[in-house]
Design a protein around this ligand. Structure first.
Ligand code: AMP
Ligand code: ZN
Ligand code: FE
Ligand code: FE
Length: 275
């Protein structure tokens, strides 16, 4: 029987609620045989996850989720199979993490101006890894009584385009794809959703994009079919996963339901060998 793989999972090394060890236990419980840890701007949990996965019989693929700047907004790119000790990768990630810290402070500053007395320390208390993100700010807003729920914190304050939203400076899509490629990895456009235009897609493909995250909780069956068509048309690879964060995001119930067959992971590996 073909195994199941979930190639989009966040841990405490960025804005997920569970440690790599807890994630591997969960993965096993829901019948996943392959996972990729794709923390935002961090490969900090990769080594630990591979070692624990090895012991418990869950294969862990080194992964990452990076943000890139396109036409003034942000897109996400997933990298798989990189050498997570690659110096250029590590150095760039340190820069992205610094950028995240500066943005968190700007967001807190905006909230303070809106008479919400959130302290940066209450945000940093939420951070267990090296990558501070908006989910940490959302959790702090809830804990300090400034928002009723994690989701309300986003819709009221820090979601895209909301009053306390702040962008961070990111690499271009080309530089992001290069960074993944030079570390020996494959690059995928994460959760394109409804809004990926042909201009972006062609630009990414020209820059060396390897594939598209076709399966994602935000993708309807129609969108899955649509992106599968594009994958076929441009000889790309298909990926998929849950984008699981756990905790206050409230996605515990669906973990294990989004992913790809392990045979699709084998197709990725063959592409790596032919690169
Ligand atoms: P950041 O990388 O710091 O910009 O944070 C992005 C993360 O915030 C995403 O991975 C989601 O988990 C979460 N997020 C973004 N927008 C929303 C939203 N409207 N509702 C809930 N979570 C969100
Ligand atoms: Zn996240
Ligand atoms: Fe994302
Ligand atoms: Fe994600």
């Amino acid at each position: 029987m073909a195994g199941k793989a979930d190639l989009h999972i966040h841990s405490t090394y960025s804005d997920g609620a569970l440690s790599p060890s807890e994630l591997i236990d969960r993965a096993k419980n829901v019948g996943l045989s392959v996972i990729s840890l794709t923390d935002h701007d961090s490969v900090g949990g990769v080594e630990e996850a591979i070692a624990i996965g090895d012991k418990k019989g869950v294969e862990v693929i080194a992964g990452i989720e990076l943000s890139a700047c396109f036409n003034g907004s942000e897109i996400h790119l997933l990298g798989y199979f990189m050498d997570h000790t690659n110096k250029e990768l590590i150095d760039s990630l340190a820069g992205f993490q610094e950028e995240r810290m500066k943005r968190a402070m700007r967001i807190v500053g905006k909230l303070n101006k809106m008479n919400i007395p959130l302290d940066i320390d209450s945000v940093l208390e939420q951070v267990r890894g090296d990558s501070v993100g908006r989910p940490h700010i959302a959790n702090a807003l809830v804990n300090e009584g400034h928002a009723d729920s994690y989701h309300q914190a986003f819709t009221k304050y820090i979601g895209n385009g909301r009053p306390a939203y702040e962008q961070k400076r990111n690499f271009s899509p080309e530089d992001t794809i290069q960074l993944i490629n030079k570390a020996g990895g494959l690059s995928f456009l994460a959760h394109p959703g409804r809004s990926v235009g042909e201009d972006l897609l062609l630009r990414l493909i020209k820059a060396g994009l390897d594939g598209i995250e076709v399966i994602h909780p935000h993708h309807s069956p129609e969108l899955v079919q649509y992106y599968r068509g594009i994958v076929g048309e441009y000889f790309l690879l298909e990926s998929g996963g849950s984008d699981f964060h756990g905790g206050q995001k409230g996605d515990d119930g669906t973990f294990g339901q989004f992913g790809i067959p392990t045979s699709t992971v084998e197709i990725m590996r063959r592409r790596l060998l032919s690169n």
